[in-house]
Ligand binder design. Structure first.
Ligand SMILES: [Zn+2]
Length: 182
């Protein structure tokens, strides 16, 4: 899942960004779920205790057990989080420590972590491969249809329509129009 806010400090970063963007778009594959050959450095890791709340939410909603490493670490992937699948079939979720540091003092920190974690857990545990980059117009605003959008959701929208987003993750056909919003 990609950072929503991207700041450019110079032409160099801009060029690099568009090169990466082109690579991501040109391969047609999700940016943050991929397979790599090297051995996972997280094989003996459990679930980082800063991320247990969203993991437990996912487990209660899905009825599944999250039995893969979930860590906060440095990453050169350039995404807020990623589901990595290694060639031996092992998986790990890595939340980008830069992203974590960016949101850790935010008043909505728990929602930021929840949103990115539900996205990556869907990749890793539910094997949802493709992003849903559909947007919908609701109450006169344009919002992402799904947590599986490639970009982190607008947090105000996520919190406001959280009930819908959680339902939609496990039932793609749920409609936001079916809810009684104030
Ligand atoms: Zn993704």
């Amino acid at each position: 899942m990609m950072f929503k806010e991207i700041q450019f400090k110079g032409l160099y970063q801009l060029v690099i960004f568009f090169c990466i963007l082109f690579i991501l778009m040109s391969c047609g594959e999700v940016a943050d779920k991929f397979r790599i050959k090297s051995y996972t450095p997280y094989a003996s890791f459990g679930i980082d205790n800063r991320l247990t709340a969203p993991v437990e939410l996912f487990e209660s909603m899905s009825g599944l057990v999250v039995d893969i490493p979930v860590v906060i670490d440095t990453t050169n992937i350039g995404a807020a989080g990623s589901c990595i699948e290694y060639n031996d079939g092992e998986k790990a979720i890595v939340i980008n420590i830069d992203y974590y540091n960016q949101i850790k003092t935010n008043r909505y920190k728990e929602y930021y972590l929840e949103e990115v974690m539900l996205h990556e857990l869907s990749h890793c545990i539910l094997n949802v491969m493709n992003h849903d980059n559909t947007v919908i117009t609701f109450n006169g605003i344009t919002i992402a249809r799904s947590i599986m959008n490639a970009y982190t959701l607008n947090m105000i929208h996520y919190i406001k329509y959280r009930e819908y987003y959680l339902d939609q993750l496990f039932d793609a056909d749920v409609s936001i129009y079916d809810y009684n919003w104030e």
